[in-house]
Design a protein around this ligand. Structure first.
Ligand code: GTR
Length: 337
């Protein structure tokens, strides 16, 4: 593994060596007793707490055999970097957003399509059922075992300049997106310029004017203090791309079938725990940023935004399997009208 390939800093590489990560990377037989998990968010964020709950359950089900230590706050690198390391065994569990997986597995693009999900319940039911299972299963050929989805709420645009009420207001704005071509296309379709960037760089880039805005849910907008630099939060609710918990397939393949079943069970059971934390966190984050002076606005007519998404859907839904899942998700949505 070269620094050029992963973009990992020397510190992070040293940390992984310390953790025995290099042993896994180099294929030597040394096995870490304690598994490690990565998350870009800080320790109190719902995703981190949910993975800790998964770890607690796993430890209980395996009678103390399986232990997980979590490395929160992006200590092990950006989501793109840690996904690469996870896929070849240097990290065991990784909680990321689905967006950086769009480039790795096209099926993940379905749950990232703008304006696909009508409500939170539609999103949850889609991911809890066969559609979600097909997306999770699609990751195995890429060295990742998809374990479960967590909520990530509705993502909206925020910027340093003015309220966005129509797509016209976004013209010429530089908007940071996650590392996903689908997101880049979505921004272009809205008439703005897309700047893919790791989450950890967004605050500084807003302050320095490298970008004019970004898009995220209330908790990440608050947590990253982006609201201080970009106080206009416009309720476009354009995607509900979920979070996902993945495990390294190379680690998974070394587990007994009993322990594999325990991992799956513990992960699935952490979803309800996460959703409870999430719903509370959304309300708290929104209250905090509004109290700090954020100006939130509804857009004039959301169909002005959604009508521009056709080319994005056409570009990223190509295969028969993608089309099948997309239609199934749309059909499921009809009961939420
Ligand atoms: C958050 C998400 C992170 C990351 C971040 C981003 O909502 O929880 O996993 O994807 O957005 O925008 O980079």
């Amino acid at each position: 593994m070269t620094k050029e390939k992963t973009g990992l800093s020397i510190d992070r590489r040293n940390m992984l060596v310390g953790l025995g990560g290099m042993a896994a990377l180099s294929g030597c037989s040394f096995e870490r007793k304690t598994l490690i998990s990565a998350d870009a968010h800080p320790a109190d964020y719902p995703t981190v707490r949910a993975v800790e709950e998964m770890a607690r359950l796993l430890n209980e089900y395996t009678k103390g055999e399986m232990k997980v230590k979590s490395f929160a706050g992006g200590q092990l690198g950006s989501e793109r970097d840690t996904l690469e390391i996870t896929s070849f065994g240097g990290i065991d569990f990784n909680r990321v957003n689905l967006a950086p997986l769009n480039a790795i597995e096209p099926l993940t693009g379905i749950a990232s399509l703008p304006f696909l999900f009508k409500t939170t319940q539609h999103m949850r039911d889609t991911l809890d059922g066969e559609i979600g299972d097909a997306i999770l299963a699609s990751l195995e050929p890429h060295g990742l075992i998809g374990l479960c989805f967590y909520d990530s709420g509705e993502r909206c645009f925020y910027n340093t300049r003015k309220p966005i009420r129509t797509p016209e207001d976004m013209k010429g704005m530089k908007i940071r997106v996650q590392n996903s071509d689908l997101y880049v296309s979505m921004i272009k379709a809205l008439g703005a310029d897309a700047t893919p960037m790791a989450l950890g760089e967004v605050y500084q880039s807003l302050i320095q004017g490298v970008i004019d805005g970004a898009e995220n849910n209330w908790p990440s907008y608050e947590n990253g203090r982006h609201f201080e630099a970009a106080p206009f939060y416009s309720l476009t609710r354009h995607v509900m791309t979920p979070e996902i918990l993945v495990m390294s397939a190379s680690r998974w393949n070394k587990l007994s079938s009993e322990n594999q079943a325990h991992v799956k069970k513990a992960a699935k059971e952490s979803v309800g725990f996460m959703r409870k934390l999430w719903d509370v966190r959304v309300i708290e984050a929104k209250e905090r940023v509004l109290a700090a002076g954020v100006q939130a606005n509804e857009v004039d007519d959301i169909t002005q935004f959604s009508a521009l998404m056709r080319p994005v859907w056409d570009k990223f839904v190509k295969t028969d399997q993608q089309k099948e899942l997309m239609h199934a998700a749309i059909e499921l949505g009809n009961s939420y009208d």
